[in-house]
Design a protein around this ligand. Structure first.
Ligand code: ZN
Length: 133
């Protein structure tokens, strides 16, 4: 397992990239941007070593990220851990009584399979499990 990415909520990806890409110096060359309709967000992935920063911008007012920004104004939204077999990981967590937001995987950015685990079971952190293609 490894940390696949850290999800950071931003009102505007363009604004956020001024710091993360230009200011910090991660650069724009390897930035991947796409809309994930299912989660009502536009995301930008910036590689940092073998992990990534995922900037999340809401594309509608009922996006979970809109609600998060209203409440907190930005910040770390979730941590994503890469697993080899997401279905097996979810089944294992379920038998342990872990509170899952997604009982079965859905399609996330870059066509990966993703599922969220409720913060009530993770010391207050929204956790995303990712199985890459
Ligand atoms: Zn994510």
């Amino acid at each position: 397992m490894k940390i696949d990415h850290l999800g950071i909520a931003a009102k505007s990806i363009e604004e956020a990239l001024k710091f993360w890409a230009d200011g910090l110096g991660l650069g724009l060359e390897n930035v991947h941007t796409e809309v994930v309709e299912d989660q009502k967000v536009r995301v930008a992935m910036l590689p940092v070593g073998e992990s990534r920063i995922e900037l999340l911008e809401p594309i509608s007012e009922d996006s979970p990220i809109s609600k998060f920004l209203e409440k907190r104004g930005g910040g770390i939204h979730h941590i994503a851990i890469q697993v080899e077999d997401i279905t097996a990981a979810l089944a294992r967590l379920k038998t342990q009584g872990v509170r899952l937001i997604d009982e079965s995987p859905r399609t996330g950015a870059e066509g990966c399979l993703v599922a969220f685990v409720h913060p009530a079971s993770t010391n207050g952190v929204l956790l995303e499990l990712v199985e890459s293609k």
